[in-house]
Design a binder for this molecule. Structure first.
Ligand code: 3NM
Ligand code: MG
Length: 516
């Protein structure tokens, strides 16, 4: 086993696969050489099926190639093959040889990595002196049969958080279902307070690619660019007055820019949502076909994904649209309507969360606790049931989810809680009639999305502007003499939204004095 004189660059870690389904008829050594030329920084030779003689034959070819390019070569599972081919070390799964034995056989200079699916596996391997952890399975993948649990970026982050509290230098890569469309986001969302991932490990994204060199180059460049606009915390810590003082300008800007507000929303509220968008000064489009999103995402607007009437087709469409907006860093708001109500909806939340980044997640208490995965009560219907948590617990919950997802989270209710993981605010505006009409939560989502499209510097501030405009308009409408109940409230509410937009365009910010 070779001594490596340089620090190892784990940024793009290639795991090989020789099966027909992934490698096809290509020659593995040629694929690996192309991948290394494209920018792969570590190679793990993984072949669960071949005989030892074949493993050694291929291992020697890979050793020659990786040595030529000065890239470390690791062997999956088999310490004997690693020694036979002069590899730099091994990668051990949880069912493979134990770490201590491998260390004794290979000596202190070998790189020995370990697979970690959960906290305890990670802690054991880190304490045992593993060189790095392969953390996964991040997302479901057909490449590995019998994967343990799918942990998502939230699971990766939990492990990184724990490692950062342990006083030891250990590198980390994430693995499972990673490809060019999600590596940036996974690197970004997995960031723990003091420790991020060192890289990502992929199989099919390179081995199954038509052009492995181009695939590797693409991944390498994506990993190098973690987008700034995904950062929710661009805003300074400001007191409430300073925050509020910026809102009139943002509401005015909305009217001037009239951003596209792309709604993929439920059947019940489409018309109402389009009217709300028009009244606040945005340009609504109700487009549920995901293929259209590629064109729409380029227009500088925002996307609302509201799964109020989810269907299998709908889910596929949401995913295409989320990807299209993520691609251009266009804001995406997720409204997981009825998230905990049925098994289908709980699964849909997981599927959507694993397929894209949401700049803002909004929902009632049940929906937010379901997304967080800490719901204790079975939800009835899609409306909020009785509250089970006290005020500060709610604020903590919202903050926790925002910190985990590295985005902004809004929990609506009599008091709304808004957090970006660092700053958390309680908002007490609104009117009881909002609870007596359909779509008030959904169209708040539409409103906030429009604000996210015009004010990109500080997502929390953008959301706050939308919430206050919406809820103060509701208060004004509810207090009007001509409003006798929920029926007359709806048109009056649209009028008041429109009036606030008008007054903002004339620099009149009197309406905001009701902010509470
Ligand atoms: N190990 P792809 S997932 C080899 O979770 C391997 O430990 C995993 O393949 C783990 O990049 C996996 O094609 C396969 O999704 C990853
Ligand atoms: Mg193994």
């Amino acid at each position: 086993v070779n001594r490596l004189d340089m620090a190892i660059d784990y940024s793009l870690y290639l795991v090989t696969d020789s099966t027909q389904a992934i490698l096809g008829d290509k020659d593995l050594a040629s694929v690996v050489e192309a991948a290394v030329e494209g920018g792969v920084t570590v190679v793990q030779y993984r072949d669960k099926k071949s005989e030892t003689a074949d493993l050694i034959r291929m291992g020697k070819r890979l050793r020659a190639i990786t040595k030529k390019h000065n890239v470390p070569l690791l062997i999956n599972d088999d310490v004997g093959v690693a020694q036979a081919v002069g590899a730099d070390g091994v990668h051990l799964g949880q069912e493979d040889m134990d770490l201590g034995t491998a260390q004794r056989i290979l000596g202190p200079d070998a790189i020995i990595g370990v697979t970690a699916n959960n906290l305890s596996e990670a802690v054991v391997a880190a304490s045992g002196g593993a060189s790095y952890l392969g953390i996964g399975t991040v997302y479901a993948t057909p490449t590995k049969e019998n994967t343990k649990s799918i942990i998502g970026t939230a699971g990766v982050k939990r492990i990184l958080d724990r490692l950062s509290t342990m006083d030891m230098a250990i590198s980390t890569v994430a693995i499972g279902g990673l490809n060019d469309s999600n590596v940036q986001r996974v690197m970004f969302q997995s960031k723990a307070p003091s420790k991020g991932l060192d890289g990502v490990a992929v199989v099919s994204a390179i081995i199954a690619a038509q052009d492995p060199k181009a695939a590797a180059a693409g991944l390498r460049s994506s990993i190098g660019k973690v987008p700034v606009s995904m950062s929710p915390n661009a805003g300074e810590h400001q007191n409430v007055e300073t925050l509020l003082s910026q809102i009139p300008r943002i509401v005015k800007e909305l009217g001037v820019k009239s951003p596209l507000c792309h709604n993929m929303t439920n059947l019940v509220v489409q018309n109402f949502a389009a009217n709300v968008a028009l009244c606040i000064g945005a340009s609504p489009i109700m487009a549920n076909y995901g293929e259209e999103a590629k064109d729409l995402a380029g227009l500088g607007g925002a996307l609302v994904v509201n799964m109020g009437t989810v269907t299998p087709d709908g889910l596929t469409n949401y995913i295409s649209a989320i990807r299209a907006y993520n691609e251009v860093e266009g804001p995406v708001l997720f409204d997981p309507v009825g998230a905990g109500a049925t098994a289908v909806r709980r699964q849909s939340v997981k599927t959507l969360m694993s397929n894209g980044y949401f700049d803002l997640i909004k929902g009632n208490e049940n929906e937010i606790t379901t997304v967080l995965g800490e719901s204790l009560v079975q939800q009835k219907g899609v409306d909020m049931g009785a509250s089970t948590t006290d005020e500060s617990a709610k604020a903590q919950l919202v903050k926790k989810l925002a910190a985990r997802e590295r985005n902004v989270v809004l929990m609506t209710g009599k008091t709304d809680y808004l957090s970006d993981g660092e700053r958390t605010y309680a908002i007490k505006n609104g009117h009881d009639y909002l609870g007596n009409i359909t779509g008030s939560g959904c169209t708040l989502g539409t409103t906030i999305a429009a604000f996210l499209a015009v004010h990109k510097g500080d997502k929390l501030l953008a959301a706050l502007a939308g919430i206050l405009m919406y809820e103060i308009a509701a208060e004004q409408a509810g207090e009007r003499e001509d409003v006798k109940g929920p029926g007359t409230f709806v048109p009056a509410f649209l009028d008041q939204l429109y009036r606030i937009a008008q007054s903002a365009s004339k620099d009149d910010s009197e309406w905001l004095r009701a902010a509470n």
